[in-house]
Design a protein around this ligand. Structure first.
Ligand code: UDP
Length: 462
C-alpha cells in the first residue's frame, strides 16, 4: 500500500445504483492504495452497509454520513435505485441528494484536512457548483462507456423531437441512428418544462464544464468516442481508466446467492472448456415470464451447459425446467458471483443485457458476447459491440422482445461450438484482440494505466 498522502483529500459522491457505485468505489480504492489519497465518501444511512466492504478494505477512506433529505418526487425511505418503483427513473434520486449541498459545504469548511478534489457521478451534475463553492476542481465520473456518454450528452444538448422515425445523432462519429425507444431512458423520460427533469437536464449540461472526466473504458475499445469527448468538452482531461477492476472484497459485488461459490466451482470443474453459456440481465432487470420461458426452452433445446442467475426479483421459469436440465445447468436464485463465473475456463459465452459493467467484465474474461439490450444505454453498448467493433453477436433486442426459442437455441449452441457457427472468424478474432487490449490497458504501460498516472499528475499540479 502507498504511504498516506495527506495533501490530497478527495470527496467522493457516488450515485446510489450498483452499476454506478461499484466501479467508482473500485476506482477510488485503487487511487487510495496506489497513491495514498484520503477519501471521504458521501453515503446515506441505508447504503452504509453496502459500502462497508469497501471501507474495510480501504484504510484511508471514511464515510461522510448524512440522512437523505425528503423530496416530493421520491417515496419516503428510498435511498437506492433498486428500491424505486419502476415508473420513477433512478436519476431522480439526484434531487434529494442535491438538497445536501449546504451541509456538505459547511462540513467542508469545518474539517482540518481540506478537500482538494471532488469526484462525483455523472448523474450528479449539481456537484459542479458544489465544487466551485468549495473552491476545488470536480472530476465527473462516467460509469458508462464513451459512446454511451456521448449519446446522452448529445441528446440533452440538442433535445431532438420525439418521433417514430430513426433519430440520427449527426455530430457523433459515423452519425449513428436509433429508434426513439432505444435511446437511453434517462433521456426518453425527459419532460421539457417539468422542474424535476429540467433539473436533470441542467445537471447533465453542468457536466460539460467539469474540470475533468474519468470514464470506465479503454482506448482500444472506444478511441473514436474518447477523442470525440475530448473535442466536445474542449480539453484533454478525459481519462479513460477502464476496465476498472473489481478489487478486494468489493470484487464479489455483493448479494446473496442460492449456490455457494464452492458448489459453483465444483460444478464448473466437471464441464469441458468453453462449454458453458452464462445468462444474466444485471442488477436492475428481471425478464418477463415469456422471455424467461423463451430462454429456458432455448437452453433445453440447444442442450448447452448453462448458468442462469434469475436476479433479485427472480424471473418466473417454466415448471420442471430445473429437473429436466439437472446436471446440465445451474439456476441461481439471487445474486451470482458474475466476475468469478466469467473467468472460469469452462465458460464460453455470455448472454448479456449489455449493462456497461457486464460488457467490460465479459470483454476482459474473453467470452463470446451475445447481446440482448433491454433498457438504459444498453442499446448503445450493444451497437458498439455488434456493429462498431464487430466482436459480439446479436441475440435479441428490447424489453418487449421474445425471441423464437429455436433461433436462440441455435445461437447458444453456436456460441459454445456445438453447431457450425454463424459467428464469423473475424468476430471471434476481434473479441480475442479486444480482450488482449483490455488486459494490456490496465497493466503497467497500458493506455488506462497511463491515463490514471496522467490524472494523478494533473491533480498534483492543481
Ligand atoms: N452482477 C453480479 N451478479 C448478478 C448480477 C449482476 O455480480 O447476479 C454484477 C455484474 O457483475 C455487474 C453489475 O452487477 O458488475 C451489473 O452492472 P451492469 O452495468 O452490467 O448492469 P446494471 O445492473 O446496472 O443494469
Amino acid at each position: 500500500m502507498a504511504t498516506p498522502n495527506p495533501t490530497k483529500h478527495i470527496l467522493v459522491i457516488p450515485f446510489p445504483a450498483q452499476g454506478h457505485l461499484l466501479p467508482l468505489l473500485d476506482l477510488v480504492h485503487l487511487l487510495s492504495m496506489r497513491h495514498g489519497f484520503s477519501l471521504s465518501i458521501l453515503v446515506t444511512p441505508q447504503n452504509l452497509p453496502l459500502i462497508q466492504p469497501f471501507l474495510s478494505s480501504t484504510p484511508t477512506a471514511s464515510p461522510l454520513l448524512f440522512p437523505l433529505p425528503s423530496h416530493p418526487s421520491i417515496p419516503p425511505g428510498i435511498e437506492h435505485s433498486r428500491h424505486l418503483p419502476p415508473h420513477i427513473h433512478p436519476a431522480l434520486l439526484s434531487l434529494p441528494l442535491s438538497l445536501l449541498k449546504p451541509q456538505i459545504l459547511s462540513w467542508s469548511k469545518s474539517i482540518p484536512n481540506p478537500i482538494s478534489l471532488l469526484i462525483s457521478d455523472s448523474f450528479l451534475g449539481w456537484t459542479e457548483s458544489l465544487a466551485r463553492e468549495i473552491g476545488v476542481p470536480r472530476v465527473n465520473f462516467a460509469s458508462t462507456g464513451a459512446f454511451g456518454t456521448a449519446v446522452i450528452d448529445y441528446l440533452y444538448l440538442h433535445v431532438p423531437k420525439k418521433t417514430n422515425e430513426l433519430i440520427q445523432l449527426e455530430s457523433l462519429p459515423s452519425s449513428p441512428s436509433f429508434p426513439y425507444l432505444e435511446l437511453p431512458r434517462v433521456w426518453c423520460c425527459y419532460k421539457p418544462g417539468d422542474p424535476d427533469w429540467e433539473f436533470i437536464r441542467e445537471s447533465i449540461l453542468a457536466n460539460f464544464s467539469s474540470w475533468g472526466v474519468m470514464t470506465n473504458t479503454f482506448n482500444a475499445l472506444e478511441s473514436e468516442y474518447i477523442s470525440f469527448l475530448k473535442n466536445f468538452y474542449g480539453h484533454n482531461r478525459v481519462w479513460a481508466v477502464g476496465p476498472i477492476q473489481p478489487t478486494g472484497p468489493v470484487a464479489s459485488h455483493g448479494g446473496n446467492s442460492s449456490v455457494s461459490s464452492a458448489e459453483l466451482t465444483a460444478w464448473l470443474a466437471t464441464c469441458p472448456q468453453k462449454s458453458v453459456v452464462y445468462v444474466c440481465f444485471g442488477s436492475q432487470y428481471t425478464p418477463s415470464e415469456s422471455q424467461a420461458s423463451a430462454i429456458a426452452t432455448a437452453l433445453e433445446l440447444s442442450g448447452v451447459r448453462f448458468i442462469w442467475p434469475l436476479g433479485g426479483l427472480s424471473a418466473v421459469i417454466p415448471e420442471g425446467f430445473e429437473e429436466r436440465t439437472k446436471g446440465k445447468g445451474l439456476v441461481i436464485r439471487g445474486w451470482a458471483p458474475q466476475v468469478e463465473i466469467l473467468h472460469h475456463p469452462a465458460v464460453g459465452s455470455f448472454l448479456t443485457h449489455c449493462g456497461w459493467n457486464s460488457v467490460l467484465e465479459g470483454v476482459v474474461a474473453g467470452v463470446t458476447l451475445l447481446t440482448w439490450p433491454v433498457q438504459a444505454e444498453q442499446f448503445i453498448n450493444a451497437k458498439l459491440l455488434v456493429q462498431a467493433v464487430g466482436m459480439a453477436l446479436k441475440a435479441a433486442s428490447g424489453s418487449d422482445a421474445v425471441p423464437e426459442a429455436e433461433e436462440l437455441a441455435k445461437i447458444f449452441a453456436e456460441s459454445v461450438g456445438m453447431r457450425a457457427a454463424s459467428l464469423t472468424d473475424e468476430m471471434r478474432e476481434k473479441a480475442v484482440e479486444i480482450q488482449r487490449e483490455a488486459v494490456a490497458a490496465v497493466n503497467e504501460g497500458g493506455s488506462s494505466h497511463k491515463d490514471i498516472l496522467d490524472f494523478v499528475n494533473a491533480i498534483s499540479l492543481k
